[in-house]
Design a protein around this ligand. Structure first.
Ligand code: ADP
Ligand code: ZN
Length: 435
């Protein structure tokens, strides 16, 4: 059992209490969603409404909502309150070509901050702790989302935003930063900056933990980060359509992410058929918001691939846990007829200590055939070493990737720091097959 006091009454609610609350909130959400143009029409066509919900199983009577639906009724078709009630808008970056505007009432912003505060409190952030928020502010939810949650807890927040690596590290040292919020690929890239500056994060800084999210990363990457930075990295999941970060978060046990079930209902479906999968199976996460006012979403297809972990977390929280997110269904690429997720490649690479902190997957054509190339940065020591060691490593990586993905890639070993890094989410795949 955890020793930390609960942040609120619902954090340790019993499964029965959570289900009862979900049912009550689902009815209210259906009523609220029905006020939007989109759901108003969908419900009218199908004869659905709050009275259609007698038990949680009745959620299955409602159709799935897709990113394309958001797109089709862009910008206001999902707005369920008068425009005058909206206090803020966020907007997805459209990395997958489908951008969505997401609206918040004052109540939505308040509830979001509350959930983030619960997450941060769960892993030990307290009033007065210095919290450096290294995610970009603006339309992207990573900046403001964590900012308001940390402030609500009474933390001393430094809104550095993304980038300016030297200054980030200087700030951590001068202001004795206790916790950071950072994109994992950027946390890896900063290891090079630490070296450059002669700063050892384990010795010279005051950090207690990091929150890492906004993009998929493997357990191997997390372990590397933990070892190099000397602190735990807690996985934080969310998406703009559901608020942003803080939808699901790891507790100190770090065995999956607790989906806050007082605020969301999660389902796992088969991404091809849309059918619900049995408990524990891996598939696409579908979420229903339970408290959102401006833009409630019912059975929203996240495209994120994960599963619910069986059993109860040793921490005692009944909110069910999601497994580490593998990536999005649309991150998957097909090469020579085989489906590959970038995270399968990362898993192999990050298990090898000779591999550095960055990699890039390149898909192109050679004649009529698809070609898969994995560019891999090696560690500085490896780079200065013997050529036959490099050749042996190259072969080992190619072999291990073949085992993991069934496709033998070309492996190019490159100098540390030569694959471009980004301030935002990492781009792991460069697909040059379409001209
Ligand atoms: P965009 O669609 O512009 O990327 P968001 O910023 O809302 O918009 O991104 C949300 C998405 O980011 C999620 O659907 C998921 O794919 C990814 N994501 C967020 N947090 C995590 C995490 N901890 N692990 C894996 N993927 C994550
Ligand atoms: Zn737990």
């Amino acid at each position: 059992m955890t020793t930390a006091p609960p942040y609120d009454d619902l954090e340790f609610a019993s499964p029965e209490a959570l289900r009862a609350l979900q049912l009550e909130r689902l009815r209210a959400t259906v009523a609220q969603a029905g006020r939007s143009a989109h759901y108003g029409q969908v419900f009218a066509e199908r004869g659905l409404g709050p009275d259609s919900v007698e038990s949680l199983a009745d959620l299955q009577r409602f159709p799935l909502t897709t990113k394309q639906d958001l797109r089709d009724s862009y910008p206001y078709g999902f707005l369920a309150v008068p425009k005058g009630e909206v206090v803020r808008m966020h907007h997805s970056s459209g990395t997958t070509g489908l951008a969505a505007a997401v609206f918040h009432t004052a109540g939505d912003v308040e509830q979001w901050a509350h959930l983030v505060a619960r997450c941060l409190h769960m892993v030990g952030l307290r009033k007065g702790d210095v919290f450096q928020n290294m995610m970009s502010y603006g339309l992207f939810t990573g900046g403001l989302g964590l900012h308001y949650g940390a402030e609500k807890l009474g933390a001393f927040v430094i809104p550095t935003g993304a980038g300016q690596s030297h200054r980030q590290i200087e700030f951590m040292r001068i202001f004795e930063t206790a916790a950071i919020h950072i994109i994992p690929s950027y946390a890896l890239a900063l290891l090079g900056t630490f070296e450059e500056m002669g700063v050892n994060p384990r010795r010279d800084l005051f950090l207690r933990f990091a929150v890492g999210g906004a993009e998929p990363y493997t357990e191997g990457t997390r372990q590397r980060l933990r070892d190099a930075w000397g602190i735990p990295f807690y996985n934080c999941y969310g998406l703009s359509e559901m608020q942003g970060p803080g939808v699901a978060f790891e507790c100190p046990e770090q065995q999956g992410l607790h989906l806050w079930e007082d605020s969301y209902i999660g389902e796992i479906i088969d991404p091809d058929t849309g059918d619900p999968l049995e408990e524990g199976a891996e598939g696409e996460l579908v979420l229903t918001s339970l408290t959102r006012e401006a833009m409630p979403l019912i059975r929203y297809r996240t495209r994120d691939v994960t599963s619910f972990l069986p059993g109860v977390c040793p921490c005692g929280r009944a909110h069910r846990r999601l497994a580490r997110i593998q990536g999005r269904t649309d991150d998957m690429f097909i090469i020579r007829g085989v489906n590959v997720f970038p995270m399968q490649i990362e898993r192999v690479l990050m298990s090898m200590p000779e591999v550095g902190t960055n990699y890039l997957i390149v898909l192109d054509r050679e004649g009529y055939a698809d070609r898969l190339t994995v560019k891999v940065e090696v560690t500085p020591r490896m780079f200065r070493g013997e050529v036959d060691e490099l050749l042996a490593l190259q072969e080992r990586i190619a072999h291990a990737l073949r085992e993991e993905t069934l496709v033998r890639p070309r492996v190019e070993l490159v100098e540390p720091g030569t694959i471009p890094t980004r301030e935002g989410k990492a781009v792991r795949v460069l697909d040059e097959r379409r001209e």
